[in-house]
Design a protein around this ligand. Structure first.
Ligand code: ZN
Ligand code: ZN
Length: 361
């Protein structure tokens, strides 16, 4: 596998180009950016991470296209999820389209797909792609806190770790928290905010990947930047090296408006969605264009908020092939973390899915 690099989210060309409402983007993998063996992703502008290729964010001035990206004409369900023979009835039912999944809406101006017209990744394409396999020796998802993750700012590291375990069906572990002051990495003050150099964080993480790690994901409330030419980045990952770092700093409204408040359940929802989307990329899942899905790309906060926390049948099947789990038991486990997080819409959805799978003939 090449030196896959996932540059998550983004940066802006210069302060003067910052359109105030649309900077809060997150990253995504882009199919077709494999030219130099690099899978990169990002929101907005190219990242200065050596070897990374990222996408430029286009100012949101163009008219909204009216195309609906999916499901693609002529592609039937089997073409998306592949052969389900050999699965028992409940498992097979989990990967049918079923009643709980919405089609993609028409692309609006400023949406991810307006700027990144990705074709989507079928299960067959996923199987044929290069990505780190989950093996008996490498199956633990490690979360690495950098600085505090206090309860009143969003999910704690315990809540994030528990949710990651339930979502991906793999063991999880928490690495000892790193103090920001102890990091021997570049940092800067930008617009009054102290930012950490995301590439330097990854350099440090790469030297500390546990032998049984599937991946190590650092999570922080510190703002990040990818290089001097950029204003910020939401996160950065190196897929082959199994490391990523993601910041939740810009998902709380008081980052932009001191004193602004938001329901904790909303912050939990954003953090859970972003974390699982980005870890999903580590497993080789590319952006979904077939259904409303947690693996949809998002180019701004409202697009992120409109996307569901769940995986569509196509992406669920990819994860199932990568990890192996009982789909109904997974939904039951997610009911727990969603209800604890106050995410009642997601709780209800997972309950309905579990019941629907239970009703399999
Ligand atoms: Zn993504
Ligand atoms: Zn999907």
């Amino acid at each position: 596998m090449g030196s896959h690099c996932l540059a998550v989210a983004t940066a802006i060309a210069g302060p003067e180009s910052l359109p105030s409402g649309n900077l809060r983007t997150r990253s995504g993998v882009r199919l077709g950016v494999r030219a130099c063996g690099i899978l990169a992703i990002a929101l907005c502008l190219a990242c200065s991470e050596p070897g990374a290729v990222t996408d430029a964010m286009v100012p949101q001035t163009s008219a909204a296209p009216t195309t609906t990206p999916t499901p693609p004409a002529g592609v039937h369900h089997h073409g998306l999820v592949g052969d389900l023979d050999g699965l028992d009835a409940s498992h097979r039912r989990a990967f049918l389209i079923g009643p709980h999944f919405d089609p993609m809406p028409p692309v609006q101006a400023g949406d991810w797909l307006e700027h990144h017209p990705e074709p989507g990744q079928t299960v067959a394409q996923f199987v044929a792609s290069d990505h780190n396999a989950v093996t008996p020796d490498r199956r633990t998802i490690y979360l690495q806190p950098i600085g505090p993750l206090p309860h009143d700012r969003g999910p704690t590291i315990d809540e994030l770790t528990e949710h990651a375990g339930r979502y991906f069906g793999l063991p999880t572990a928490i690495l000892p928290a790193k103090r920001v002051a102890d990091l021997d990495i570049a940092r800067r003050r930008h617009d009054g905010v102290v930012q950490l150099h995301a590439g330097d964080v990854l350099d440090e993480l790469e030297t500390q990947v546990p032998a049984d790690a599937y991946c190590v994901i650092a999570l922080t409330l510190q703002d990040l930047y990818p290089g001097d030419d950029y204003n910020y980045v939401f996160g950065l990952a190196r897929l082959e090296a199994r490391v990523g770092v993601f910041s939740f700093a810009r998902y709380h409204p008081d980052f932009f408006e001191p004193g602004a408040t938001i329901a904790r359940s909303e912050i939990m929802r954003r953090a859970f969605k972003v974390m699982t989307h980005e870890i999903g990329h580590m497993f080789g899942l590319e952006h979904c264009t077939f259904f409303r899905c947690n693996m949809n790309g998002s180019n701004n906060l409202s697009e992120l908020d409109d996307e569901p926390a769940h995986l569509c049948p196509v992406c669920l099947r990819k994860l199932h092939l990568a990890v192996g789990f009982d789909p109904r038991a997974r939904y039951d486990a997610l009911v727990e973390s969603y209800s604890r997080a106050g995410m009642f819409e997601e709780t209800e959805w997972a309950l309905q899915r579990s019941a629907w799978l239970d009703a399999a003939p």
